[in-house]
Design a protein around this ligand. Structure first.
Ligand SMILES: [Zn+2]
Length: 412
């Protein structure tokens, strides 16, 4: 039976969201948390964007060291030969890529303004796939941007051409959130049946259906005989109305009527990391988690009305589909209400040693403490807010990697 995998795109679609962004250290922490959760792949950034180079290399190094294992790190570029060559020039060790090109008539007319014909889209895409293969790419997804406004026949032709040149997956992008669960199911099933390729499902929430469309699209791919790869972002952060929320999609697949127990996940997911990753992303992006967010919102397990409170006290299953413990909630949280010593960009050695000591980190000598503190200062310059404990621990444990993440020198 075909399986469902997750490709999280927080570090690509999430960070390209207007008014939002993450520091390179925050992006790295997201990769670490996704790995802990069991997510198959992180679309970890833009290999043709110069300021991403050191971050991407540092994260590939973490993979090499076994820190970011078994998660796959995949880059996003345009499906043109030029981008493939630039990606390998800037990040020679990149091994997984998604190549993207718009496929709809709207984009041919409105974006390319008649400069490209339909067949040009295919010839450019296959040339990019060939180049990526030749340069050593191990897995390739081809993205049909605005696929939901593209004719099915052309999408099949596009997918088959990509497959013939060695692409592994076809990403069906509902770029504008135009699909509904019925239409996307039909389309992804037809694509799976007619291309024989694994189908990636990339949904947006412009009509409020990103999560529903993601699982319907995945079901279509599976019923068409192929594996499904669902694109998610943490807390649904993404362009305009956002993407499919990672935790909500996992809950929908594992808990919903007709899905629960029937769909096989490609690799086991540790839901107990949900609260942690959602809270970190909320802090890092500076975007509060809505109180009614599935699973991780403040009200997800709150009951007040008489009948519900009475019912849930008698048996939680009366009014809860899943338990808070499963999502990693329920542990007491210590909030400092008295004196606080915080590491910032102007911190000194005494305060910093105190903070690290509270987390049981002891430095060999003052020199080592100063070296780590210097990196923490730089990290604060980039993030402009106090680092969380796990960021401080990361810097103390991997100072060489941290130095790379924090080096932002404009390249020639
Ligand atoms: Zn998108």
């Amino acid at each position: 039976m075909p399986k469902i995998y997750f490709i999280d795109v927080t570090n690509r679609d999430g960070v390209q969201t207007a008014k939002l962004g993450l520091s390179k250290l925050e992006k790295t922490m997201i990769n670490i948390y996704l790995n802990e959760m069991g997510v198959f792949q992180s679309e970890f950034g833009f290999p043709t964007t110069k300021h991403e180079s050191l971050y991407l290399k540092a994260n590939l190094e973490l993979a090499e060291m076994g820190v970011l294992q078994p998660i796959r790190l995949g880059g996003w570029i345009r499906a043109i030969v030029d981008d493939v060559e630039t990606a390998f020039k800037l990040v020679p060790d990149i091994r997984h890529l998604n190549l993207s090109i718009s496929t709809s008539d709207q984009m041919l007319k409105g974006k390319f303004q008649g400069r490209k014909k339909k067949d040009d889209l295919i010839s450019e895409m296959v040339a990019a796939v060939d180049a990526a293969k030749a340069l050593g790419t191990e897995s390739i997804g081809v993205n049909a941007e605005d696929a939901s406004r593209t004719g099915l026949d052309f999408l099949i032709k596009f997918g088959l051409a990509a497959k013939e040149h060695g692409a592994d997956r076809l990403r069906y992008c509902d770029t504008l959130g135009y699909d509904n669960p019925f239409t996307i199911y039909e389309t992804t099933m037809a694509l799976a049946e007619n291309t024989g390729m694994s189908i990636e499902i990339h949904c947006h929430g412009d009509l409020g259906m990103a999560v529903g469309n993601s699982i319907a699209g995945a079901k279509g791919a599976i019923d068409g005989g192929q594996d499904a790869y669902i694109n998610t972002t943490v807390n649904g952060i993404g362009e305009r109305a956002g993407n499919a929320d990672l935790v909500a999609v996992i809950l929908a697949i594992t808990k919903s009527k007709g899905f629960a127990g029937k769909c096989q996940l490609g690799n086991p997911i540790d839901l107990s990391k949900s609260a942690k990753i959602a809270e970190f992303a909320s802090y890092a992006f500076g975007v509060a988690i809505p109180m009614n967010q599935p699973g991780v919102g403040a009200n997800a397990f709150a009951h007040s009305s008489g009948i519900h409170a009475d019912g849930v006290l008698k048996d939680p299953e009366n009014y809860e589909l899943y338990s808070f413990e499963e999502l990693g909630r329920g542990e007491p949280v210590k909030v400092e209400t008295g004196r606080e010593i915080i590491a910032g960009q102007y911190s000194g050695i005494s305060g910093f040693s105190h903070i690290m000591g509270k987390m049981d980190v002891k430095f060999a000598d003052r020199e080592e403490a100063s070296e780590i503190l210097e990196l923490v200062r730089y990290a604060n310059v980039e993030s402009q807010k106090p680092l969380v404990g796990e960021e401080l621990l990361f810097i103390a444990k991997y100072p060489k990697i941290a130095r790379k993440l924090l080096t932002l020198t404009p390249l020639e």
